[in-house]
Design a protein around this ligand. Structure first.
Ligand code: CA
Length: 232
């Protein structure tokens, strides 16, 4: 999941970014409203965390402009004030939720998870494929009843693949959602991560769950045998 964080207080921005990265999110930080608006329109984010009091353009205006341009990404507003008018104005501007500073990181994380779930209209937060189960909230992965230990980035890559199960996803799609814009890694970084994930989840299973689609990318799914009919 890739998040845009627009917050001008550098210390708070650093704390949020670090916390989210530890939870497997990729985070781009912007420090004023104009930069935030620009990034929101040029990159592909899953969620935006937007402070209201920002230099150059306030968060409410950024929010309004994004909605006017039909960008329907979930937006969580941060506000230093707890006045009712701010909250009403925030939701009127098209934001999905708001959080009053100061807040606990766990509160922020659970609001984010709730917004992501709502935007995907999921009944259950669990992602499953055959006997593999991934819980994005508890950050747990289980294959055939056995717990699998994944690093935050491995978890994020697997989560992305499972959210698109039975679809072919390209390496670019994966890097755009799992790494932030400062990422200048090796071109084969996705392959390295997928190899590590496979070693961990497929270790004791005959059924392989991540398939290489040559020249394109990867697909999470259970391979079905294609039996071609033979003319009698
Ligand atoms: Ca601020």
């Amino acid at each position: 999941m890739r998040v845009l964080l627009v917050e001008d207080e550098h210390r708070l921005s650093d704390v949020i970014k670090k916390g989210l990265e530890e939870n497997g999110f990729a985070v781009d930080a912007a420090f004023d409203g104009e930069e935030g608006l620009f990034l929101a329109q040029s990159e592909d984010y899953d969620l935006i965390i937007l402070d209201i009091m920002l230099p150059k353009m306030d968060g409410l205006e950024v929010c309004r402009r994004l909605r006017n341009r039909n960008l329907n990404i979930p937006i969580l507003l941060l506000t230093a004030k707890s006045q009712v008018e701010d909250k009403v104005a925030g939701l009127d501007s098209g934001a999905d939720d708001y959080l009053t500073k100061p807040f606990a990181f766990l509160e922020l994380r659970s609001r984010i998870q709730a917004l992501l779930r709502r935007s995907r209209q999921e009944a259950s937060p669990l992602l499953t494929l055959s006997n593999l189960q991934l819980d994005p909230i508890r950050h747990q992965t289980v294959r055939a009843g056995r717990k699998v230990e994944l690093t935050p980035k491995e978890f994020a890559v697997l989560e992305f693949l499972l959210r698109h199960k039975n679809e072919v996803v390209t390496r670019t799609m994966i890097t755009e959602h799992v790494w932030d814009y400062n990422f200048e890694g090796m071109s084969n970084v996705v392959d390295v991560f997928v190899a590590a994930i496979r070693r961990k989840i497929d270790k004791n299973s005959a059924v392989k769950l991540i398939h290489t689609i040559h020249g394109v990318g990867y697909k999470a799914g259970v391979e079905t045998l294609v039996v071609s009919e033979v003319e009698p």
